[in-house]
Structures are given as C-alpha cells and as structure tokens.
Design a protein around this ligand. Structure first.
Ligand code: MN
Length: 300
C-alpha cells in the first residue's frame, strides 16, 4: 500500500430489489438491476432472504446450467444440498462456502437439505457470481468446498473479518481464484470505525445484510439489503457504526481487479460475445454440459 491512507470515495449506494429466484424463493438483489448491471469482475449478488421455512415447504434451484463464470455460495443459516453433472454432491452448511468454477459448463442443483425439508428451519445466505477472464471461460469445471474452520478470521478492536479469498486486513483467504478477487465477511460492532486498505484500481463493494452503519467521507447511511459501491481511484474503505446502534453491522466485502473485457450474458451463461452465448445455449440443449446422475445418494 502507498503511504497515503485516504478515504476511498463512495460512488453510490444501491438498494437491493426483492425478487424471486429458482423454484420461487425470495432474494435481495442489488445487481444486476435496473440501476446497476454489473461491477467488473462481479456479475451478480444475491442475498437469500432470511426466513423461517416450515417443513416440506422449501423450494430451491433445481437442475440448471452455468458457463463462463464462478458461483460463490455462503450459507449464513440452513444447509444447501448441491449436486452436479460432474458427479459431485455435498452440503453447504452454516458458515461454509462453496466456490464453484462453472467454466466450460456444469449442470447443478441447489436445494434445501433433506433435514431442512423434514424439520423446517431458518435459511439465509449469499451468492456472488464472479466473472472468469476470457482465457479461462472454458476451463474444466470444479468446486472448492471451504469449511468454516478454513476461513481465516482476523479481529481488531470492535471488528472481525472472516476472509474467504484474497488478502484483506492482513489475512489471506483459502479460496483459489482465477483473477485477483477478495471476499470477506466483515462485522463491525457499535462504536467502532474500521479502515480497510484496498489496492488502487480495484473494485470495492460492501453489501450490508444486517445492522446499520455509515460510510466515511460522505456520511451516507448503509442499511441492511443495500450495497455500497466505491470508486476505483484508491484509498481505504472506511465504515463506522454509531455508539447507540442496537446491533453490529454485518457485511460482505468484495474486491477485485476489473477484467475490462466485453460481457455478453444470457441467464446462466456469461461469455464475451453473442456468438459464444448461442454456442453455450446449443451446447446445453444438446446435453454437452451433462446432467446430474440420478443415482446419487442423499448426504443428509
Ligand atoms: Mn446455480
């Protein structure tokens, strides 16, 4: 970092829109939206709305494809049962992250666990789509299952950062990324101000999912289900929470080097050109992204 520790200017605060996804569950979505298409290299941010679900009533996202980017899923409450066309399956439980590189193409399902369906329970989570550089859009699919004990926690006076990817506040996250990307859950207690140095030129986003804070510089309020988009010019992201706040501010911090490549997107496919999108749709329809084996045993 340079010696200048100035406050990174805020570009805008975007309110998430409550929308239906998958089989009909509610997500808060700051982007893509009418006001914000994407923030290079990030393509989408969804917060699975916090809710209590009654037994047998839960819906998920049944079999669907992806190509050309990565999906990063973080469970805050409840377990997601993942199955995919590569034959992988597993649970993403509370505090766990799945970093899935769809790459060349994968068909997967993201469903409530058998336990949740049987017993009901609280659900809450986040999913971020990270674009892949042109040269890696057709890389073989894979995923990294990141346990809560692998996530690197760093704490200070009144704050905590749980680093999943990149180098943030002196901690290095476990996820292997395909371009310089940082991902951390950052929690700030009442009466605390936190400065987070981020490389000049990199994207910086803070999505709040609980509590209320203030963005330094402008003094603008950051409430739950709102995204703060910072300028790329450089400087620290500085957030504070008032002494009298009734709860901590809980956020996801995303940082990344912009890819600066053309983006062509259509639903679950994100490529560089329209021709590549047509190819992706044809490959999916022809079954070339595979299908989820029917014989997989449940893991819960
Ligand atoms: Mn998916």
């Amino acid at each position: 970092m340079s010696a200048s520790n100035h406050v990174r200017p805020l570009d805008q605060i975007v309110a998430a829109t409550l929308t239906l996804e998958g089989g009909g569950f509610e997500v808060f979505r700051p982007f893509p939206s009418a006001t914000l298409d994407l923030v290079d290299p990030f393509l989408l941010l969804d917060e699975l709305a916090p809710a209590y679900q009654a037994p047998g009533k839960m819906v998920g996202a049944p079999d669907h494809p992806h190509r050309g980017f990565e999906t990063v899923s973080y469970s805050l409450a409840g377990e997601v049962q993942h199955r995919d066309s590569a034959g992988n399956h597993g649970l993403i439980g509370p505090g766990e992250v799945q970093w899935m590189t769809a790459g060349d193409g994968i068909v997967h399902s993201e469903m409530p666990s058998d336990r949740l369906q049987r017993e009901g329970g609280r659900v809450h989570g986040l999913q971020v789509w990270v674009n892949l550089p042109r040269a890696l859009k057709r890389t073989p699919p894979k995923y990294q299952a990141i346990g809560s004990d692998q996530i690197v926690t760093v704490t200070g006076n009144g704050w905590k950062a749980q680093v999943v990817a990149g180098s943030i506040l002196g901690a290095v996250g476990p996820a292997e990324t395909n371009s310089p990307v940082g991902y951390a859950r950052v929690t700030i207690e009442p009466g605390t101000q936190l400065s987070v140095p981020i490389a000049a030129g990199h994207t910086a986003l803070v999505y709040a999912f609980d509590g209320t804070g203030t963005v330094a510089g402008t003094g603008e309020t950051l409430e739950a289900h709102h995204l703060a988009v910072f300028e790329r010019s450089g400087g620290d992201v500085v957030l504070s929470v008032a002494d009298e706040a009734s709860s901590s501010l809980d956020t996801i911090l995303l940082t990344g080097e912009p890819l600066n490549e053309p983006v062509a997107r259509h639903g679950p496919f994100v490529m560089n050109t329209e021709a590549e999108l047509v190819e992706a749709i044809e490959d999916y329809r022809a079954g070339r992204m595979g299908s989820i084996p029917a014989t997989q045993p449940a893991t819960s």
